[in-house]
Design a protein around this ligand. Structure first.
Ligand SMILES: Cc1ncc(COP(=O)(O)O)c(C=O)c1O
Length: 343
């Protein structure tokens, strides 16, 4: 049976047609190596964010960028800090760089920034903050990040991972909350790196492209660790075209907001706790072994993520799909949970 994949937080509406066209139009130039510095895109991103080109580093997706940052700053004896139940690449990137990852317990299903600040020591080099967080979908508002940064010592780089920025920004406008003014930190040359990706709202997860914004000295130090020619020509062209397709981004975030609300309401009405999401997925407590629930959902043709590996054995993460996919999920979920409801 072909399953609907609601486990990877991809954009179910596809890439922008302008990005597809841009990729098609460079395919015949693929006998050449790509521009190693993605210069055109780097300049365009600098203009978009009102920063200098030297403050922008393009990489082959944030997964690769995180790995490069960890390798540039960590080694044995040094540590990085994040929250428990956060993005799975922070432990792997830290370990691959030979460093130690300290995972601070959560507070109220989100990052406990006071506890993270208190956990920093003289061997700490990085704090990873996923905002919104994956897999809980929680968000730390701008004012709290401001306060947090004041408590962080100068020798610690704060990596603000805003992979779900566009979704969170849209929710924030709807909910009347200030989500992020992280670009100000970059303009002020603070010891902060902002991460953004084209994998989510732009629908380009398959071509692997994302970027970091930060202080020029740090960006050039980190850029030295990049594998050569890692960002392909189609990826650079697609990203550049995707930035210009504001209508596509708007449609992705508005549909996501509508559909996440529908999923949240429907699953809550079935009696399960769903966290308020700021991203393109929902986190849900299923009150029983989530692996078993995932298996039953797979039998119904839907693939979701059980969260035992994240220390949440009775929780699942479900990517918000297209309306028809969400309908399939909801009826599969209802069926899969029937024995639990009856018992
Ligand atoms: C918080 C967070 N950061 C980064 C990424 C990875 O993004 P990319 O596709 O650019 O590697 C993800 C992907 O799920 C994510 O959830």
């Amino acid at each position: 049976m072909k399953c609907i994949n609601m486990a990877s937080n991809e954009n179910p509406y596809g890439p922008s047609p302008r990005a597809v066209h841009a990729m098609q139009s460079v395919l015949t130039d693929c006998n050449f190596y790509p521009d190693n510095d993605s210069l055109e895109l780097q300049r365009k991103l600098a203009r978009l964010h009102g920063v200098q080109p030297e403050q922008v580093m393009v990489g082959a997706g944030l997964t690769a960028v995180l790995d490069i940052i960890a390798r540039a700053l960590l080694s044995h004896d040094l540590n990085a800090i994040t929250s428990e139940r956060s993005f799975i690449v922070y432990p792997t990137a830290t370990r691959a760089a030979g460093g130690r990852l300290i995972e601070v317990p959560m507070r109220d299903d989100g990052y406990d920034l006071d506890a993270i600040a208190a956990a920093t020591d003289r061997n700490t080099r990085i704090v990873f903050l996923a905002n919104p967080n994956n897999p809980t979908g929680s968000m730390v508002p701008a004012a709290e990040v401001d306060r947090f940064l004041q408590k962080i010592p100068e020798h610690v780089l704060v990596v603000l991972d805003e992979a779900y920025y566009e979704f969170a920004q849209y929710f924030a406008r709807l909910r009347g909350i200030e989500y992020s003014h992280s670009i100000d930190y970059v303009r002020q040359n603070r010891n902060v790196v902002i991460l953004r990706t084209f994998s989510k709202a732009h629908g380009l997860a398959g071509v692997r492209i994302g970027y970091a914004l930060g202080p020029p000295q740090l960006i050039s130090r980190v850029a030295e660790m990049r594998p050569t020619f890692s960002v392909s020509l189609p990826a650079q062209s697609a990203a550049s075209a995707a930035i210009d397709d504001e209508a596509h981004i708007r449609e992705s975030v508005t549909r996501n907001a509508e559909q996440s609300e529908l999923l949240t309401r429907s699953v809550s009405e079935m009696g399960y706790r769903v966290l308020s999401t700021w991203a393109n997925f929902i986190y849900c407590e299923v009150k029983e072994d989530a692996d078993r629930v995932a298996q039953r959902l797979r039998n119904e043709g839907v693939h979701i993520l059980p969260l035992e590996k994240w220390g949440a054995p009775t929780a699942i993460r479900v990517t918000v799909g297209r309306p028809e996919q969400n309908e399939v999920f909801l009826s599969a979920f209802k069926k899969a949970m029937e024995p639990a409801v009856a018992s």
